[in-house]
Design a protein around this ligand. Sequence first.
Ligand code: NAD
Length: 299
Amino acid sequence: MQIAFIGLGNMGAPMARNLLKAGHALTVFDLNANAVASLCEAGASRAGSAKEAAAEADVVITMLPAAVHVRRVYQADDGVLAGVRRGVPLVDCSTIDPSTVRDIAEAARAQGNPFADAPVSGGTGGAQAGTLTFMVGAEPALHERLSPVLSAMGRNVVRCGDTGTGQIAKICNNLILGISMIGVSEAMALGERLGIDAQVLAGIVNTSTGRCWSSDTYNPYPGVIETAPAARGYTGGFGAELMLKDLGLANDAARAVKQPLFLGALAQQVYQAMCQRGDAHLDFSGVIRQYRERDGGQA
Ligand code: NAD
């Protein structure tokens, strides 16, 4: 199948590589020339714009930072909608707000292109290993049509409902994740301060009722989990800035339906403080650093 892939960042690049490995022909576009060059070395063809990438495609996939980039890539004069053939399905895997999804889906449908939102979980490790979970918002027939392509990049391809529902699932999941990481950070830092060994504490939590993904797979205390970003200075992984964006999406969505998010609002402020002090580029589990600093330095 001929696929246009737009957005070759931490997630998009390994996802695109997995499509190549599965035997698909890829035309790629990104503003970052190095990212494009690296994919072309792996066998993809280069396009000069999103419009050009979409022109010959049987499917268009986008993986971009935020709603503003997604709107631009689809709706600009040199964007996907200006170049794509009628009937070709469009899939956005970025994490963005459901109302932007609905706007773009409507514009796409008006010119005869079905549109699905398919945000992912599983992080950069899952993108590389091809084990992502796709949360798909699409009519059943479109979901069925897209499943074989998405399966080349992920292990679970789950239909959440019609257009926009993939983003709802993703936003709710990351609301839990953002809050749980702060909870585990507070407990690990308190335990350390009170004098228990961090490995012992993590072992107890992970066989007790406090256990969660933030404690047993991605523990924020350095060295507890060898493969977690905490063991490599909070580099790589899921940036605090992206977690801040996702909590902003959850709080905005909640405001629109007058639903209280007490902890969601507080968690947004905690990550905002982390970004404001210069740690926006670190993995979000670096939020624990705010609890471990004392006497003017890192504990
Ligand atoms: P990233 O910033 O690493 O990559 C984004 C890419 O989009 C960059 O290469 C950038 O050059 C490109 N881009 C931006 N504007 C463009 C434009 N107008 N035209 C073409 N290319 C453009 O981001 P990422 O970590 O790959 O995340 C992408 C999305 O996936 C985000 O919405 C994020 O929230 C979500 N996500 C990320 C993770 C993670 O662990 N990193 C996990 C799940 C979901």
